[in-house]
Design a binder for this molecule. Structure first.
Ligand SMILES: *[C@@H]1O[C@H](CO)[C@@H](O)[C@H](O)[C@H]1NC(C)=O
Ligand SMILES: *[C@@H]1O[C@H](CO)[C@@H](O)[C@H](O)[C@H]1NC(C)=O
Ligand SMILES: *[C@@H]1O[C@H](CO)[C@@H](O)[C@H](O)[C@H]1NC(C)=O
Ligand SMILES: *[C@@H]1O[C@H](CO)[C@@H](O)[C@H](O)[C@H]1NC(C)=O
Ligand SMILES: *[C@@H]1O[C@H](CO)[C@@H](O)[C@H](O)[C@H]1NC(C)=O
Ligand SMILES: *[C@@H]1O[C@H](CO)[C@@H](O)[C@H](O)[C@H]1NC(C)=O
Length: 335
C-alpha cells in the first residue's frame, strides 16, 4: 500500500466528515428545500399552485342533511319537537377553494395553509358563513393515502361560554350558552343560530329541548388533515348546523304554546379527500426532498467508510511501517 494512498484516504475521510457536519450545522439542504417550497407556494399566475387555485383538483363534496319534524301539531301545543335526520343530499362543488379559502385564512392569502407547519402552531381560519375568525388546534398525527398529516380540529372553546367569547353574545351580555353562535347580525337580522351538527359539544339544554339529536364526534366534528411540509390539505370535513331561534309570540295565535328554543333546520358536511393520483405525485415530490435533505448523512457515511479504511490501514501498517526501508523511516523533512 503506497504511502500516498494512505494519506489520501485519511484526508478524504476527514474532508467528508467536516463537510457533512458543516452542511448539517448550516442546514444548507434543509433550507434549500424549504426555500423551494416557499417559492412554489406563492400564488402567482403561471405556477402550479395558481392552476390548482383556479381549478381545484380535489373534488369537494357538500352533503346536506335536513331535520324533518314528525310532530308539528304537538309542537304548537308546547310539546318537545321530534325530528329525524333526512339526507344526505350530496353535491359536488368545484369552486370551494376559489371562493372561500381566500377569506378563509387569517394572515395569509394562500389557497391552502402555509408550508412547514408545526404541531405547536394555532392556525387561524375565516369561514365566511361563520362571520367570525376561528382557529384550529393540533390533535394528532394521521396518514392519508400514505402521506403524513397533522390533524387539526375546531376546539370546543371556540363556541364555549367564556369571557373570550363574550363579544359574540349579542345584544351584549345575552349569551345563549356553549356550542351556539348567533349570526343574526350578519344574516340581515334573520334569527339564525349556528352550531355543530346535532349540537355536538353544545350545552345539554339544547340537546334535551329536541328529541332526535344524537351528537357523535366522528360524524359531527370539524377537522382538517394537513401535510405539514407543504401545507396542502389532504382531507377535511367542515360541518355545521343551521338553527332558527323560535320564540313564542303571545300576540300571534298561530305560534300557539310553542316553546322558545333553538330549532335545528339542517346541517352541512363539506368534505374533501386527496385523490390517489394527486397523492402519488405529492409523495414523489416529498421523496425527492427526503433524499436531498439526507445528502449530508450520505457524505458522512462515506467519511466514516473511508475513516474505517484509514484505521484499517493504520493497524495493518503498524508492523510493516516499522520495518520500512531506512529511507522511509527517516524524518520527512531533512535539514
Ligand atoms: C394568467 O396568465 C395568462 C397568460 O399569461 C392569462 O391569459 C390569464 O388571463 C392570466 N390569469 C389571470 C387570472 O390573471
Ligand atoms: C317527514 O316526516 C313526514 C311525517 O312524519 C313523513 O311523511 C315524510 O315522509 C318525511 N319526509 C322525509 C323526506 O323523510
Ligand atoms: C385573526 O383575526 C382575529 C380577528 O378576526 C384577530 O383577533 C387575531 O389576532 C388574528 N390572528 C392572527 C394570527 O392574525
Ligand atoms: C355563561 O357563563 C357565565 C359566567 O360563567 C354564566 O353566568 C352564565 O349563566 C352562562 N350562560 C349560559 C347561557 O350558560
Ligand atoms: C341574536 O342577535 C341579534 C342581533 O345581533 C339580536 O337582536 C337577537 O336578540 C339575538 N338573538 C338571541 C336569541 O339572543
Ligand atoms: C361527511 O363526509 C365524509 C367524506 O365524504 C364522510 O366520510 C362522512 O361520513 C360524512 N359525514 C356525515 C355525518 O355524513
Amino acid at each position: 500500500m503506497g504511502r500516498c494512498c494512505f494519506y489520501t484516504v485519511g484526508t478524504l475521510s476527514l474532508l467528508l466528515l467536516v463537510t457533512s457536519v458543516t452542511l448539517l450545522v448550516a442546514r444548507v439542504f434543509q433550507k434549500a428545500v424549504e426555500q423551494t417550497i416557499q417559492k412554489n407556494i406563492v400564488l402567482k399566475n403561471g405556477t402550479e399552485t395558481f392552476d390548482y387555485w383556479e381549478t381545484p383538483p380535489l373534488p369537494v363534496y357538500t352533503q346536506f342533511y335536513f331535520f324533518n319534524v314528525t310532530n308539528p301539531e304537538e309542537i304548537l301545543k308546547g310539546e318537545t319537537p321530534h325530528v329525524t335526520e333526512v339526507g344526505p343530499y350530496t353535491y359536488r362543488s368545484l369552486d370551494w377553494w376559489g371562493t372561500e379559502s381566500c377569506n378563509m385564512i387569517n394572515g395569509t392569502d394562500g389557497d391552502s395553509f402555509h408550508p412547514l407547519i408545526t404541531k405547536d402552531e394555532i392556525l387561524y381560519v375565516f369561514p365566511s358563513d361563520f362571520c367570525r375568525s376561528v382557529y384550529i388546534t393540533f390533535s394528532g398525527f394521521e396518514n392519508i393515502q400514505g402521506l403524513p398529516a397533522l390533524k387539526y380540529k375546531l376546539p370546543a372553546e371556540i363556541l364555549a361560554n367564556t369571557s373570550e367569547n363574550a363579544g359574540f353574545c349579542l345584544p351584549e351580555g345575552n349569551c345563549l350558552g356553549s356550542g351556539v353562535l348567533n349570526v343574526s347580525i350578519c344574516k340581515n337580522g334573520a334569527p339564525i343560530i349556528l352550531s355543530a351538527p346535532h349540537f355536538y359539544q353544545a350545552d345539554e339544554k339544547f340537546l334535551s329541548a329536541i328529541a332526535g339529536m344524537h351528537p357523535n364526534k366522528d360524524h359531527h366534528e370539524t377537522f382538517v388533515d394537513i401535510n405539514p411540509l407543504t401545507g396542502i390539505i389532504l382531507r377535511a370535513a367542515k360541518r355545521f348546523q343551521i338553527n332558527v331561534y323560535v320564540r313564542k309570540l303571545d300576540e300571534f295565535v298561530e305560534t300557539g304554546n310553542i316553546q322558545t328554543l333553538v330549532f335545528p333546520v339542517m346541517y352541512l358536511n363539506e368534505s374533501v379527500l386527496i385523490d390517489k393520483e394527486t397523492a402519488d405525485r405529492l409523495k414523489a415530490a416529498l421523496n425527492t426532498t427526503v433524499i436531498v435533505t439526507n445528502i449530508p448523512y450520505i457524505i458522512m457515511a462515506l467519511g466514516v467508510f473511508f475513516g474505517l479504511i484509514f484505521i484499517g490501514l493504520v493497524c495493518r501498517g503498524q508492523g510493516s511501517m516499522d520495518e520500512g526501508t531506512p529511507d522511509e523511516r527517516a524524518p520527512l523533512i531533512r535539514t
